[in-house]
Design a protein around this ligand. Structure first.
Ligand code: SF4
Length: 479
């Protein structure tokens, strides 16, 4: 099973202006969605791809903007949840005259590879995106129609996707899967007279573009000399927007499905305060960075002091990176280890720590230890996302069940309080409280039935699968 969750961008200038600089800035703004590799593709050229952060290639920007000058571009930042972090797996990929960038997961990639013909998939050498692109090119060889190709592919493919495509004739396409697991938004840049697609609206904000709307699940957009065209390759209900985007993954400045991620996180904090008003708490501290708005909401609701008691070391090599989306344990520990406590904020106090999730538990345990060693008298940890006990096959890196702490520690427990108590013991906190799905849906402001909570509930019906869970080594191609 191969997983990708990443950031994608697509831009087309109707005035023929060079939009490559815009694409690079958009990808920098989407860096929180993937830190392993990045790339861009323009018509008629081999895609430019590099490992590492976009800013890590800054010395190439000047040359890149000139050499790849184009009115049409797609781009990608990658976060692998399966498959190796190699330049071969960096995107965009090119198959014949079609360049592809993908955000999501293709869960039945081996099966799909069988349809491509003469192609046997291995995670060491291939990505799911390549298989999907090859299949799509096969389908388009029949009648050159991307809408019909996608309509067939979405029935063959299990998983989630937001694709951007670029053809050698210079048209940019974007498609979102029928359940809308991953976000995708449409924008417009006045000065460049350009239409844009991006995983999140924060990419538009940094370049002064306007957010027009969310791309509909099952919608295909095309930008070309004819302007913007849109078709619906499928209409299915209910939608399954990823609830985890709202608590952790998305940028707080983004708007998703008409909801401000920042405001949603603050509401989550307020509702957590109603659910868990910790008695005699002295101070509320967020685990940086995603939990900040929730901690603020919690503190405001209860009239408690909100303090930045934990700081990320932004000057170390990895300090400003996000720990959860790093693919390997050693990297994750190195990042969580670069959090520094402010002793005088913590010492002698009953501290409420707000975090967005507990996945493997490694960074939570390390943070508790840090706060304890800074002199906290009591540590209550409140988690904005419900217990994660099931792997995600729709684009986020919870690939193997045995590494999920809530599964390992409380696999058969149904009671929320029991699960929380076992997790509390495991990570060394005095108290742990988890959000629940209905509270979270209420805070986000979307109906619970329109949100995906599979990693918490284990209900995979929105994907139409009963998965066989595999180990991380099998998923990552490490064995
Ligand atoms: S399973 Fe969890 S992480 Fe994956 S899409 Fe659903 S809510 Fe998001």
């Amino acid at each position: 099973m191969v997983h990708e969750n990443c950031g994608v961008v697509g831009i087309y200038s109707l005035d023929g202006k060079n939009v490559v600089p815009l694409a690079i800035d958009c990808l920098r703004a989407l860096q929180h969605r993937g830190q392993e590799s990045w790339g861009i593709a323009v018509p008629g050229k081999i895609p430019f791809r590099r490992l590492g952060l976009v800013s890590g290639s800054a010395e190439h920007f000047h040359k890149l903007v000139g050499k790849y000058s184009s009115k049409a571009v797609i781009g990608h930042v990658r976060y692998s949840t399966f498959g190796k972090s190699t330049i071969q797996n960096a995107q965009p990929l090119k198959v014949k005259d079609l360049c592809v960038a993908h955000n999501g997961t293709i869960a039945n990639v081996e099966e799909l590879a069988g349809m491509v013909g003469g192609c046997s998939f291995t995670p060491q050498t291939m990505s799911d995106t390549l298989i999907a692109a090859q299949r799509l090119v096969n389908l388009m060889e029949v009648d050159r129609d991307l809408t019909r190709g996608l309509a067939v592919l979405k029935d063959e493919m299990v998983g989630s996707f937001c694709f951007t495509f670029l053809t050698d004739d210079g048209s940019v396409y974007a498609a979102r899967d029928v359940r809308g697991f991953r976000p995708l938004v449409l924008g417009y840049h006045k000065e460049f007279n350009a239409f844009l697609i991006a995983s999140e609206s924060c990419a538009f904000s940094v370049i002064g573009a306007e957010l027009l709307r969310d791309v509909e699940p099952g919608e295909l957009l095309k930008f070309s000399e004819s302007g913007l065209e849109t078709t619906q390759f499928c209409k299915e209900k209910p939608h399954s927007h990823c609830a985890f985007e709202y608590t952790y993954f998305a940028h707080p400045s983004s708007m998703m499905e008409g909801v401000s991620v920042y405001e949603a996180r603050k509401r989550i904090g307020r509702l957590l305060a109603e659910k868990f008003p910790i008695p005699e708490a002295d101070v509320v501290i967020p685990v940086p960075d995603s939990a900040r708005p929730a901690a603020l909401g919690y503190a405001q609701k209860l009239g408690l002091p909100f303090e930045e008691g934990l700081l990320k070391d932004r000057y170390s090599k990895r300090g400003s990176m996000r720990s959860f989306i790093e693919p390997y344990q050693a990297s994750r520990l190195a990042i969580s280890g670069s959090i520094t406590p402010i002793r005088n904020i913590i010492e002698g106090k009953s501290v409420v720590i707000i975090d967005d999730s507990i996945v493997r538990g490694t960074s939570s345990a390390s943070i508790i230890e840090t706060i304890r060693s800074a002199g906290a008298t009591k540590i209550s940890m409140l988690i904005t996302y419900p217990p994660i006990r099931y792997p995600c096959y729709a684009g986020i890196d919870f690939p193997s069940q045995e590494e999920l702490l809530a599964y390992r520690e409380a696999k058969n427990d149904k009671s929320e309080a029991k699960i929380a108590s076992k997790i509390s013991q495991s990570i060394g906190a005095d108290y742990v409280g988890y959000n629940d799905t209905s509270n979270l849906a209420k805070a986000i402001g979307l109906p619970e039935t329109e949100l995906c909570f599979t990693c918490s509930t284990g209900d995979y019906s929105s994907l139409g699968i009963k998965p066989i869970f595999k180990s991380r080594e099998e998923m990552k191609g490490d064995n």
